[in-house]
Design a protein around this ligand. Structure first.
Ligand code: AMP
Length: 431
């Protein structure tokens, strides 16, 4: 008896040629751009001690509380002890661990590190959301004397990302920025949020009721339709920033203006991970991603190194969802090839109409239109299929149309069908 075949695990997938060519092109472009900004590559292990993420990312985050692939690793020898390990769900914590472990701060220099590799989260799989996905990320981190805390670094990272997306040919991206304040502003804001949420909590969706308890900042991230009006009425983080955080944010925005990087300030952009301080940001794109429209996210994490037992080392970084970048590029290429279609496909109904079709095509082509001609031997359905592949419209040429010189024109994109007299045909097809 034949046994059933084994498939890739749910939420994971194979990447095959020719698609892998596109992945390689994206990665080569990222490497080239990173090199121009002085970044070097870091490769950290795919698994780490679970406590790294629990401490670095935060126990109450969705990632740590429900999405990590964690297992108890048995000891193999008396010299080893069993330990809890986790497939990395993100890589900022890993990079900062490496920064501390290798004492990279001792050089006194700013460290600019990038990585490309898979991450693992037990999320509900859908388009643009996988359980093994790829991130292209970078971190700028260093001792306070290296200037790692400066707003220049935030703006440089954002400007680099804008340049990278432009160089990759991603059009129509949008950048949202916000400041979540310092490690002292944030608890004051979270307290105010808790207070404002308490009386309205019962009116929120179950998910947001839970977040209001465990991680109130996450309520602001929520896309839950029915909760939006209530969320809009909550206190704004901007009103809780101290003078330094306010000034830092002002400098970041001024530098973005100077570099001509377009952005909008989104006071609700707090992002889910606990380590963020001051600047947070997200680049989004609407084409090809559906509801998973965040292309990349990041922010500043001035206290992370200390949270992981290291020296003071302010930093800022980001992670691009490479899967989503690829989906966006593919959707753009498809849209571009759709607009490259011919202006019209002339479909003669019956071989007796072939000559008239060719004559009409000649007139239209001389008027500068791009036109393909079908064959009267095709059935109507086949003509439509052939037309849809190569042209934006079909012009039907039946006995009545030839006699009356009024043609039936169907526009595929809008599925509208109109009758167009011959004298108006060129103009109608130019639209
Ligand atoms: P985060 O580490 O959550 O800030 O995510 C950074 C970026 O990684 C997001 O903007 C997404 O583009 C991408 N990303 C996060 N989770 C997934 C996932 N499960 N599948 C695909 N891409 C993801």
């Amino acid at each position: 008896m034949a046994s059933s075949s084994i498939k890739a695990v749910r939420g994971t997938r194979d990447l095959l040629p020719p698609e892998t060519d596109l992945w390689n092109r994206v990665e080569a472009t990222a490497r080239a751009v990173f090199a121009r900004y002085g970044f070097g590559e870091i490769r950290t292990p795919l698994f780490e001690e679970t406590s790294l993420f629990a401490r670095g990312v935060g126990e109450e985050t969705d990632i740590v509380s429900k999405e990590m692939y964690t297992w108890e690793d048995r000891a193999r020898a008396a010299s080893e002890k069993a330990q809890s390990l986790t497939l990395r769900p993100e890589n900022t914590a890993g990079v900062v661990r490496a920064y501390i472990e290798h004492k990279l701060g001792d050089t006194g220099n700013l460290q600019k590190l990038f990585y490309i590799g898979p991450m693992f989260r037990r999320e509900r799989p859908q388009r643009g959301r996988y359980r093994q996905f790829w991130q292209i990320g970078a971190e700028v981190i260093g001792p306070p004397t290296s200037g790692a805390e400066s707003a220049v670094r935030d703006a440089e990272v954002l400007e680099m990302l804008a340049s990278l997306l432009d160089e990759l040919g991603i059009t129509g991206w949008t950048l949202s920025v916000n400041s979540v304040g310092s490690s002292t502003d944030r608890p004051r804001y979270v307290a105010a949020l808790r207070e404002a949420l308490a009386p309205i909590k019962d009116q929120l969706s179950p998910d947001n009721q839970r977040r209001a308890e465990t991680n109130p900042l996450r309520v602001l991230d929520s896309k839950e339709e029915t909760d939006q009006a209530l969320i809009d009425g909550l206190p704004k983080i901007a009103d809780f920033l101290d003078a330094e955080s306010t000034e830092h944010f002002r400098q970041v925005l001024a530098a973005l203006d100077a570099c001509g990087v377009p952005y909008t300030v989104n006071p609700r952009l707090v992002r889910g991970l606990d380590y963020y301080t001051r600047t947070t940001f997200e680049f989004s794109h609407s084409v090809g991603l559906g509801s998973q429209n965040a292309l990349l996210g990041g922010g500043r994490y001035d206290g992370l190194s200390e949270m992981l037992g290291g020296p003071r080392a302010p930093g800022i970084g980001f992670a691009i969802g490479e899967d989503r970048l690829i989906l966006t590029l593919q959707a753009q290429a498809k849209a571009a090839s759709a607009t490259k279609k011919l202006d019209a496909f002339i479909a003669p109904m019956g071989v007796e109409r072939n000559a008239a079709a060719l004559a009409l095509a000649k007139d239209l082509r001389r008027a500068g239109l791009s036109v393909e001609v079908g064959d009267g031997g095709f059935r109507l359905k086949k003509s439509f299929e052939a037309a849809d592949k190569v042209a934006r419209r079909i012009v039907i040429l039946g006995e009545d149309e030839v006699a009356s010189e009024v043609y039936t024109v169907k526009e595929f994109a809008t599925a509208t069908q109109t009758k167009v007299p011959k004298a108006e045909l060129v103009e109608a097809l130019q639209a």
